[in-house]
Design a protein around this ligand. Structure first.
Ligand code: SF4
Length: 414
């Protein structure tokens, strides 16, 4: 297929595909999905070999958020029966992080629900970062605390944070349909603040909220322009008790096409499969390792992932290897001298994006949305997406609320 040959050539050169090419990837048929995976896999292996980076989420503060991100079980008015707790102590967070690191993770993602941290919250998280790094010298720490005020990114960096996550989540044009309490511009601003402070920017998206193919291409092109080092791709987990609980719009094949498109547009970024991996890719998860070079180990923020040992077995069975702490994740042109996570301080690669809060839902970072309007537009765009592949049957049997790990007395899944 000429399209795929062109995209592979561009990916190896870090050349931006055209919008039409990105849209064409999303429009390929299920019959062609293996060809698409094989092509994007060449780009993935060129930049990241067969390494899979494992990340581990620690939910420092769960639920009770004043924001209204429609996809999020921690949102204002959520009826989801999730764990709700305020800030856990640094030693408790360190204990949870240690379980993930023992399981093979090299990055710990410290996430807290809420619009953004107060200066006191930054102090708390700084203490937590110190507690984790005192015990684990080589760990990468990413903070995901929502919208940042002036100076907070610098303070987190000084406290030892390596990265900051804040997702764009969806296109600028539809952002207001999923969240009303903050704006797309707020999110971009936080990603830029993190970037300017020398933190490695992590920013991604959530697919499956009823967006069109054009929306997906818009947000991924916006991410490429912001140039984050890592791009988490969440697949919406339609949690009961949230406005988007009926949005089961994804098939495994569609998830693979989305990941392939992200890989072609952001060829040398760490593409991470985040929330929804087990729910939507299901038995196709191993194929997705040919596209993404990073996953979360264990549970998500408010829902359970598959058992940690099953992740490790899947990686080995698929012919990949877990990335060690002695290996640098990012290609040389992106990696920070002496660092492992690839902050842009010394990179000069020219890809900067902004993420931000949007990884507070499962698998990602804090995001924001609600409305009935979201459901309406979601239904309309779901129809558009459905033209390329049949809608997925609801698999509520695969969605379990997290009941262990941080904020509980039970051992975490790692
Ligand atoms: S995504 Fe973050 S800001 Fe949005 S409702 Fe959830 S916890 Fe709050």
């Amino acid at each position: 297929m000429d399209l795929l040959n062109t995209l592979v050539d561009k990916g190896l050169r870090r050349e931006l595909p055209t919008r039409e090419e990105a849209l064409a990837v999303l429009a390929t048929s299920d019959d062609d999905v293996l060809d698409v995976v094989a092509a994007a896999g060449k780009v993935r292996r060129h930049w990241f070999g067969r390494r899979v980076k494992l990340n581990y989420l620690v939910n420092l503060k769960s639920g009770l958020c004043p924001e209204d991100c429609s996809y999020c079980s921690q949102r204002l008015g959520s009826k989801a029966d999730i764990l709700k707790y305020t800030w856990i102590k640094p030693d408790e967070a360190s204990k949870a992080a240690a379980a993930g690191l023992a399981g093979g993770a090299k990055r710990v993602c410290l996430v807290a629900s809420g619009r953004g941290p107060t200066d006191r919250d930054v102090d708390r998280v700084s203490d937590t970062i110190k507690a984790i790094k005192d015990q684990n010298e080589d760990v990468e720490v990413c903070a995901c605390l929502g919208l940042l005020s002036d100076g907070q990114a610098e303070r987190l960096r000084a406290a030892g944070a390596d990265a900051y996550n804040h997702n764009l989540n969806t296109s600028e044009g539809t952002y207001g349909d999923i969240t009303t309490t903050h704006t797309y511009a707020d999110r971009v601003d936080t990603v830029q603040k993190a970037h300017a402070a020398g933190l490695s920017a992590c920013s991604g998206l959530i697919a499956g909220m009823g967006e069109t193919d054009e929306d997906l291409v818009d947000v991924v092109f916006s991410l490429r322009a912001l140039d984050p080092d890592s791009v988490p791709v969440n697949f919406l987990i339609p949690m009961e008790g949230t406005p988007l609980s009926q949005e089961w719009n994804l098939t495994p094949q569609r998830c693979l096409r989305i990941l392939a498109m992200v890989r072609f547009v952001c060829p040398d970024a760490e593409v991470r499969i985040a929330g929804g991996r087990e729910v939507h890719l299901r038995t196709m998860q191993p194929l997705a390792l040919n596209l993404a070079n990073s996953i979360f180990l264990g549970d998500y923020l408010t829902s359970e992932g598959q058992a940690g040992h099953a992740d490790l077995e899947m990686i080995a069975d698929a012919g990949f290897e877990v990335e060690g702490t002695d290996q640098v994740t990012l290609p040389e042109h992106r990696a920070t001298v002496g660092g492992g996570c690839g902050s842009h301080e010394s990179a000069g690669c020219g890809s900067h994006a902004g993420g931000g809060c949007g990884s507070h839902e499962d698998g990602g970072v804090c995001g924001t949305a609600t409305p009935e309007s979201a459901s309406a537009s979601a239904s309309a765009s779901a129809s558009a997406s459905a033209s390329a592949s049949a809608l997925s049957e609801p698999r509520t049997d695969l969605v379990s609320v997290r009941r262990r790990g941080a904020g509980t007395d039970l051992a975490p899944n790692a």
